[in-house]
Design a protein around this ligand. Structure first.
Ligand SMILES: O=C(O)C1=C[C@@H](OP(=O)(O)O)[C@@H](O)[C@H](O)C1
Ligand SMILES: C=C(OP(=O)(O)O)C(=O)O
Length: 430
């Protein structure tokens, strides 16, 4: 049974400090790379969200010893060569990252595995990873010729590839690089627009020799990973909900601690700045592979902006909450070049336009994005989350500024990336 939730929070000011939960992308990779490496890897700041727990389960099924207690994880592995063939399917749940990166990782292993997930995963395009992996020699079969899960992979010897990404996707880039680690020769991935580079940074931390110059990433096959310690920073994609909440509610000041500030992820900060938000960034002075810092947001006078081009991959998951932000900005906000939103947990272009329209927003869908006119006084409505965590959180934040209650048909999905979302929201309303 899914949990319906009624939220009526209009007029609340938000004050206080929250520590943002661990970054989902980095948490997944810490488990994957820690499992590939021989030895003991420790992780702090891990995100115990449903998606990352799926990643842990998958590697446990392949015989890796993983202990997780809250945000601390210890991985003891004999290395990738010791992976056992899983006795059952590997259940991916709602997680695109787990599915796509695992396909790349297992393509050059010695195991056979079947990957399957929930209704949403079954609709997400997998050909984007399977095409380059098959070019490398991978043995992969799946529903509708590998377009969709369930997908079976039988590890084999791979050949390196020189691949130009047809879509700006860190998941495709990472899948090819992970396959490249087990391929003969040097694998090269070329990206036209920079996507999140957590794979490159963390592989280097695990001792892999990887070159990244001007959008060309290359690594030689046959390299083994060395166990390491990963300090996961907070997820800027989760922080985004509170950055917007603080900006659009009256009398608010929120301090967000430990926000990941990797440049390939900070598009939301650039958008807030372009819209005139009252924002302060205080980078931490530390030695970790990933930068982080404190971000303070206060109630803001906002103006519309245009978002497109190479900014899109740097804020792709934040677009639903940016759309809500734009309903409170003076003038027109245009979001373009965002077709990728159509293939996320749900079609987020359609979903955002449908749900914000129910609240009375002045929003129009375009081929590759949306146009929003503001500011608009929103009103309450019964909203759908589409089983999509980011839609769920966008709907809940909207209730801070609607006249009347917002009802979410299913709030459970929020646990995919932010299990403590409502606790953090409550803590700012005391
Ligand atoms: O590599 C990753 O961890 C992710 C990459 C992005 O997906 P795409 O690679 O499909 O753009 C993003 O939307 C997703 O939430 C996480
Ligand atoms: C798209 C997302 O994740 P994934 O692709 O891993 O399901 C997301 O978290 O918004």
């Amino acid at each position: 049974m899914t949990m319906q939730k009624i939220v009526q929070l209009q007029g609340q000011s938000l004050k206080g400090t929250i520590t943002v939960p661990g970054d989902k992308s980095i948490s997944h990779r810490s488990i994957m790379f820690g499992s590939m490496a021989k030895g003991k890897t420790t992780v702090t700041g891990f995100l115990p969200g449903e998606d990352c727990l799926r990643t842990i389960e998958a590697f446990k099924q392949m015989g890796v010893k993983i202990e997780q207690q809250g945000t601390d994880v210890t991985i003891e592995s004999e290395g990738m060569d010791a992976f056992q063939e899983p006795l059952d399917i590997l259940y991916m749940g709602n997680s695109g990252t787990t599915t796509r990166l695992l396909l790349g990782l297992l393509a050059g292993s010695h195991v056979h595995a079947v990957l399957s997930g929930d209704e949403s995963i079954a609709k997400r395009p997998m050909k984007r990873v399977i095409n380059p992996l098959r070019e490398m020699g991978a043995h992969i079969t799946g529903r509708e010729d590998g377009q969709f899960t369930p997908i079976a992979v039988k590890g084999t010897t791979l050949q390196a590839i020189d691949y130009t990404l047809p879509v700006a996707s860190a998941q495709v880039k990472s899948a090819v690089l992970l396959a490249g680690l087990n391929a003969e020769g040097t694998t090269i991935v070329r990206e036209k627009e920079a996507t999140r580079d957590h794979t490159e940074l963390m592989l280097r931390q695990f001792g892999v020799n990887i070159d990244t110059t001007d959008g060309v990433i290359s690594l030689a096959g046959g390299q083994k990973l060395t166990a390491s310690h990963v300090a996961v920073p907070g997820d800027i994609s989760s922080a985004a909900f509170f950055l917007v909440a603080g900006a659009i509610t009256k009398g608010s000041e929120i301090t967000l601690e430990n926000v990941g500030l990797n440049k390939t992820r900070t598009g939301i900060i650039e958008v807030l700045e372009a819209m005139g938000a009252n924002l302060e960034i205080q980078p931490y002075d530390h030695e970790h592979a990933e930068p982080a810092g404190r971000v303070i947001i206060r109630t803001s006078e906002l103006k519309g902006t245009t978002i497109g081009g190479n900014l899109i991959p740097r804020l792709i998951d934040e677009i639903p909450i940016i759309a809500l932000l734009a309903t409170q900005a003076e003038g027109t906000t245009i979001i373009r070049d965002a077709e990728e939103l159509k293939v996320k947990e749900t079609n987020r272009l359609d979903a955002v336009v449908a749900e914000l329209s129910k609240l009375g927003a002045n929003i129009t869908a375009t081929e590759d994005g949306m146009i929003i006119e503001g500011p608009t006084q929103l009103h309450g409505a019964a909203l759908k989350t589409y089983g999509d965590h980011r839609m769920g959180m966008m709907n809940a934040i909207a209730s801070l500024i609607t006249e009347g209650a917002v009802t979410l048909d299913d709030a459970d999905c929020i646990a995919v990336s932010y299990p403590t979302f409502f606790e953090d929201l409550d803590s700012l309303m005391k």
